[in-house]
Each structure stands twice: as C-alpha cells, then as structure tokens.
Write a protein that binds this ligand. Sequence first.
Ligand code: SRM
Ligand code: SF4
Length: 511
Amino acid sequence: MVQTPQKEETVNKFEKLKAQKDGLMIKDELDYFAQIGWEAMDKTDLEHRLKWVGVFYRPVTPGKFMMRLRVPNGILTSPQMRVLGEILQRYGSDGSGDITTRQNIQLRGIRLEDIPAIFTQMRSVGLTSVQSGMDNVRNITGSPMAGLDGNELIDTRELVQKVQDMITNGGEGNSEFTNLPRKFNIAIEGGRDNSVHAEINDVAFVPAYKDGELGFNVVVGGFFSAKRCEAAIPMNVWVRPNEEVVNLCRAILEVYRDHGLRANRQKSRLMWLIDEWGVEKFRATVESQLGHLLTTAADKDELDWDKRDHIGVYPQKQPGMSYVGLHIPVGRLYAEDMFALARIAETYGSGEIRLTVEQNVIIPDVANELLPVLLEEPLLTKFSVNPHGLERSVVSCTGAQFCNFALIETKSRATSLMRELSQELDIPNSVRIHWTGCPNSCGQPQVADIGLMGTKTRKDGKTVEGVDLYRGGKVGKDAHLGTCVQKGIPCDDLKPLLKSILIAEFGAVEK
Ligand code: SRM
Ligand code: SF4
C-alpha cells in the first residue's frame, strides 16, 4: 500500500499535503466544490489536489480551469471528440483545447460548477481525466500508427490501454498509485521510428527480438526537469508484448512508490533512485517485487528508422486504405474544429481520430477513393496536409497565456515567427523547432533540431523575454538529447538568428 516518507524532517510540502489527504479523495467532493465555488475552497484542495482528477486551477485565469484528459495511445473516437467540443462550446471564446506533447488533450475555460456534469458527459463516452497531474503516471504514449503501419512490429493499443487500466482502475482512480514520489512517464513503442521519444520517459518499451521472439527491451529513468535532463538507460530486461508489460509496469511503480526519494522534490524522479542504487539493484528489487527473475535484454533493439511526422497522406497496411495526417498549428483546437474533425473522421474514415506527440492529428482508415473529396474539405485549409517546412514541425508548450511557470509567451510567438520566416524563406526539408516557456521543458527543446527555452534576459538596460538556444537533439533511431549552446537571446533578436541558422545549416534560401 501507499508509503509515506520515513523521517519527519525530510518531509517536503507536497509529501505533507499527500499524507494529510490523498488527492483522489477529491473525487467525492466535486459536487460540494461546485456548490460552494472555487473562492471558498481550501487552498490546497484548489491548487493541488484537484489535479488528481485532472482539474488544474490556473492562477493566470482564476476561475477558468484547465482539464487534462487521458488519451491512451492518443486514440479518440468521434463521439469522444464531439463531447470534448460540446464541453468547450459552453465557454465561448474562453474555451479551447490543446493537443499536448504526450498525445493528449487539455481543455481550457472550464468552470468549477460544471465539473460534475462534465465528468458525467465524459464517462458516457469512456473518457477519464483521473490521475493526470501531480504525483501520478501521465498519459501513456504509444505508436500513433498502431494497427495501421505495414512495417509495424507490435501493435501497442491494447497494451497501453491495459497499463492505463491497471494504474487508474479502469479510469475510476486507484489509490495504490496516487502517492508516487513525483510524476511518472510511460511510453510503449511498437514501430521502428521511435515515434514516442522512448528516451525521455521514466519507463519505455522498445521493440526487440530475443532468440527470434518479438518483444520489448526496457529502458528506464529518462526525464527532463529544470535541474537535470537525462535520457533513459537500459534496464537490461526483455519482456513479451502481453501481461508481462503490465506486470513489469506495476512492479516498477511499486518499487518507485515504496523506495523512491521523497525528501527533495528536485531529486525525486526515478533516475535519482537508480543513481543511488545502481541499475543492477534497481532491477533486482523489481524482480523481487514481481516474485520471479526477468529475462535479460536482447542484444539490440529494432529502432532503426528516422522519425516520421505522419503529416500528409500515407497508405495503410489494409489494402485500399490510407491515413491522413493534419497539421494542427501548435496543437490548438476550438470547439468547432473538434466537431469538424469528428464529422470528417466519421464521413471518410472509421470515426477514429489519433493524436501525435508533435501535437498533430491523424485521420485513419480513409478509403482511397474518398481521398480527393476529403482533401477538398474546408477544414484542411486551416489544418493542412502539406504545411510549409518551417511551420510543419513546430511544437510548443502552453506558455504564458495560461501557465504561471512561463517566462515567455510561446504558442502565439511560435506561430507568428514561423509564419513570417516561412514567407521569407524557402526550405527543402522540415526543421523540428520546439518552444518551451521555462526550464521545465514540457515542449521538449532537447529533442529538437532547434530548441528554444524561455528565459528572462537584458536588452538596452531592460529585462525582456528571451530564449536559451538548444541544438543537436536527434530523434528516431540513435536518439540523443540536444544541449544549450547559447543563453539569453532576446526574443526580439531571434528572427535574424534563426534565419542565419536555417540558411547556413538547413539549406534555406531567401525568397
Ligand atoms: Fe509539463 C508542469 C504542461 C508535458 C515536464 N506541465 C507542467 C504544468 C502542469 C505546470 C502548471 O501547473 O502550470 C503545465 C500546465 C500548463 C498548462 O496550463 O497547460 C505543464 N506539460 C505540459 C503540457 C500541456 C505541454 C504541452 O503544451 O504539450 C504537456 C502535457 C502532457 C500530458 O498530456 O500529460 C506537458 N511536461 C511535459 C513533458 C514532455 C513529455 O512528457 O514528453 C515534460 C518533460 C518530460 C518529463 O516530465 O520528464 C514536462 N511539466 C514538466 C515539469 C518538470 C518535471 C520535473 O521532474 O521537474 C513540470 C513541473 C513539475 O512537475 O513540478 C511540469
Ligand atoms: Fe508551463 Fe514551463 Fe511547462 Fe511551458 S515548459 S507548460 S511554461 S511549465
């Protein structure tokens, strides 16, 4: 069962609040909160515990909450997308939705008094937001092409769902895993191109053949934080693509919950425990938690392709079918976009809508003869299948519009700067540019060709918004993290700098 920290003097504020009342208990108080209103709520419940049900108080927009869902493997049905649109519609211009860097959706503008009704609506279509914030396991990512890709090795969909169900008790909440030392990220990759960024997860499964049998090698400890960023390291374990994955996730989470470091929140992610123990002891402790020995890792994994962005039209393994990847600028959706996506998915596809960690959308299962009509849909002028190379691969975290950690505005700045640059430059290939508003790195600048991390800097004697420049992030096969190469560039000076990098290194030419 849930462990609380051993020594009184080592207890930080967050451990105290979890020990006082488990965040999940909030679930039974939502009707009451809706009656009394957010201003009358206990401050700790408001600012922290609500996150256990995926509801985030936003100090930037008091009274308008953010709701973070869980979208396992990034797959939604059109009725689910329509329900999300209906929820947002109520909030008019305040209501928007963002596709996140974990293949997930966050809704904005939500009022506390509506939350009980929203949860009822969500439950009616099988959606949950439980355990999506604070010291819980985040949305579990999986191959966006699962079940569609002719070159796929393992279909990740059922596995991701099973792991989520284990952790969340089928979406209802599971107090076994609501008091982890810190957040926890899990990814399951079934293809060759490492579409989930396995290396930046606390636990990731990557396809590998062991003695001719297909399963997963397991890597552990990847994470980003303001203090430290690390790529995951091999756990020297191989598992079959079945219950073994679920059981291993459970055992790792139990070990992390019961032994993870809790004194200093800056040193609580899984890698800090692995540092302290060494990976051999970590592995042995997981084995004893499981009650059996684990199989040693296969010599090599099968991640041997460059990463694909899935934007455009591509054939599926099902004959006569294609999937259509739409570019959603910085992941932002409004209610009417959600309704249009739901309609398009039903009219031309199987009703399924998939999300990617690049904050884009895939409509699968489109019969090839319907493609010409689909490509004429008005929505595709907004969400292009063929965006300019500079707009195509922009990823951005939330930034100052809604996030109180932000040091700069990101989404609107990223959109306008990339639009300006794409009007001035021709470029042969897309360039992966990731914006993140602060060192927490939600926008993953370390995986980008060009990563931009918000900071404050000085210009003409004044403090201004600026960025630290990251370079060298490599994704797909042989992924490795980029590093900071230049600090404190005022945002006003960024355009000429980016232009010179794009011309010198990415083959861009002035129009
Ligand atoms: Fe994040 C905290 C947004 C992916 C590292 N992240 C936050 C908060 C909750 C802070 C807050 O309370 O305001 C942000 C909410 C802002 C808002 O209103 O949207 C926030 N993180 C996001 C999202 C929405 C960025 C996006 O625009 O896509 C992503 C939601 C993912 C999801 O669906 O669950 C998001 N965050 C990430 C990632 C990327 C990833 O998972 O691949 C990271 C780095 C990877 C990692 O965690 O190892 C990330 N977020 C953080 C951290 C630093 C964690 C640490 O160990 O220190 C924080 C701060 C914290 O947890 O204390 C943070
Ligand atoms: Fe907020 Fe910073 Fe994360 Fe951006 S990187 S969403 S600014 S916490």
